[in-house]
Design a protein around this ligand. Structure first.
Ligand SMILES: [Fe+2]
Length: 382
């Protein structure tokens, strides 16, 4: 399975996962062999990327394992959560009254599902809906924050406060003018000032809701504070920033870096990992950051990598705490010949072999274009 930008789709590629519209309607189901009309439609919907069956790994004996990458939260749950959040935000825009209950219910069912999957790692974060970045982002930040809270030993009560605060962290953005929110280019000084009001606006909105804990409102208020005191809104520093807000700040930036947008492909997890590490102590609480990064698959299962031996391999297994040393299966030898049943390499055992390069989705598509499997699917589609 491979995440591919809709810009790089070709007829004959086979969808590996369902695609939903933002209101939860199934647009295309897994196993659809894409034709050019469907690809144009996906591009028209502004969907940044989709998951396709990976021709390079299709002939592996453990293909089934690769196709069932464990997820922290089921796809249906994510889609349902995005839908509820979107409707609730739209209702607010229409009648300026915030209904807390849908957010509380969503935070609770996301939290329950995260709790049910102890030890799960984050392989995929994006939700394959059209045009749903803002809502998908809120749901992702909620899932990532809740996972971190569990790792920090939070009890259910604390997790509830944290996940609700995370889900609503950007609630203040509903009160920012649309033209600023959706502006594609850089913001002017006054637009930026207005944008930076969203934590305060969110706090003012949420603290008036009797059934939202004040501490969850503080997450919205403090999520742009930085650990060294250079953030906004109040320039709070270190432990003066509430721990929940320190968690949400990390989840917020990680999801923003790794998400695909119509105008920009997201960073790969190993790139995001390094960016996040470089911000320890300045932007982020280093201890919470370490906890957060421990649950992220730096080389998610299904990644195609080149090794220092010159071989090209696919990641087959990731172990928490050992994410830089995954298990792999070689698919091309060092001379570039495709192997039907290449050797398995466990980097946790083979300490002299390193990952030299991770192929981007576009590069994998390029390599795959000459692959027999892909040509076969192309013929089927015609
Ligand atoms: Fe924000």
């Amino acid at each position: 399975m491979q995440k591919v930008s809709t810009k790089h789709l070709h007829p004959g590629m086979v969808l590996a996962r369902n695609i939903f519209s933002t209101d939860g309607i199934l647009l295309l189901s897994a196993d659809t062999v894409l034709n050019s009309t469907q690809i144009e439609r996906l591009q028209h919907f502004n969907l940044p990327s989709v998951y396709i069956r990976n021709p390079l790994t299709d002939q592996l004996t453990d293909k089934d394992m690769l196709d069932t990458i464990p997820e922290v939260v089921r796809e249906e749950t994510r889609v349902q959560a995005v839908q509820v959040v979107q409707t609730a935000f739209q209702n607010f825009s229409a009648n300026h009254r915030l209904e807390s209950q849908p957010f509380k219910d969503t935070a609770e069912f996301l939290m329950k599902e995260v709790i049910e999957n102890p030890g799960a790692m984050v392989h995929l974060t994006d939700i394959r809906t059209c045009d749903g970045y803002t809502f998908g982002h809120s749901v992702n930040v909620c899932v990532l924050s809740t996972l971190t809270g569990i790792q920090l030993g939070y009890n259910r009560f604390q997790l509830k406060e944290l996940s609700l605060g995370a889900l609503l962290h950007d609630a203040g953005k509903m009160l920012i003018p649309k033209e600023i929110l959706t502006k594609a280019g850089p913001l002017t000084v006054s637009e930026r000032k207005s944008m930076e009001q969203h934590p305060t606006l969110g706090f003012d909105l949420l603290r008036r809701q009797r059934d939202i804990p004040l501490v969850s409102a503080h997450v919205a208020f403090q999520h742009h504070e930085k650990f060294n005191g250079t953030g906004y809104t109040r320039g709070l520093k270190g432990v003066h920033i509430h721990e929940y807000a320190r968690i949400v700040a990390i989840a917020d930036v990680y999801d923003a870096i790794t998400s695909d947008r119509p105008y920009k492909e997201g960073s790969l997890p190993h790139q995001a990992y390094e960016v996040m590490l470089s911000l320890a102590n300045t932007h982020f609480d280093p201890i919470i950051l370490r906890t957060f990064l421990n649950q992220i698959a730096i080389y998610p299962v299904g990644s195609i990598v080149r090794l220092t031996t010159g071989e090209i391999a696919v990641v087959t297994k990731v172990i928490p705490g050992l994410q830089t040393r995954p298990a792999l299966k070689v698919i091309f030898d060092a001379s570039g010949s495709k192997l039907e049943n290449g050797p398995e390499i466990d980097l946790a055992q083979q300490l002299t072999i390193f990952i030299d390069k991770v192929f981007t989705a576009a590069e994998v598509v390029k390599i795959s274009l000459g692959n027999m499997y892909f040509n076969q699917s192309l013929r089927q589609a015609q």
